[in-house]
Unconditional design. Sequence first.
Length: 197
Amino acid sequence: MEILDKIKSQLNALKNNPKQMMIAISAVIALTVFAYLNFALKPQIVNIISVRSKLGKAATGLKSAKIDIAKIGEMRRAVDSYNNKITEHEKALPSEDKIPALLESLSEKAKNAEMRIVGIVPMAVKEIDGTSRVYRKIPINITAKAGYHELGHFLSSIENSDRFIKVTNIQIRGDKSSPRMHNVDLTVVAYVMQGSK
């Protein structure tokens, strides 16, 4: 009770002294404004600054994402182009397990050139000098019956092949029983991927 009585007496004293009353009201207003600024407004300002920073980062990320989305078609075309190049290179430099298909292709080229294959024999795979090489040589001996024109057509089709192939040795011997047809022995070297099975 004593405290309440003290407060009442101080309030009465303030009523009698308008100058002290103004100072007290100003102090209460200043404390209220200070409390409002520190406990209500300051956290809101900090929160707004944080949200604006996050919005800025999100806007930058969104802009970057839109640029990436715009490039998706271009990236897909680039991937398709690289996949096509890989396919072309795999055809040109097949793995060793594709040798039967290569022999079939050589046989088909000979047939198209109207050349008769007597024998087609792949030889042992030759290692290429140097460890950095990614391919190996496979010599293929072909024995055939053909005229010069047919042999030229066959060699032209090998030269225009999409595979890496070269002819390294050609021997042509006449055949007395058929003057227009000759005995042909040639070696075709095919290249295959190193380490393939």
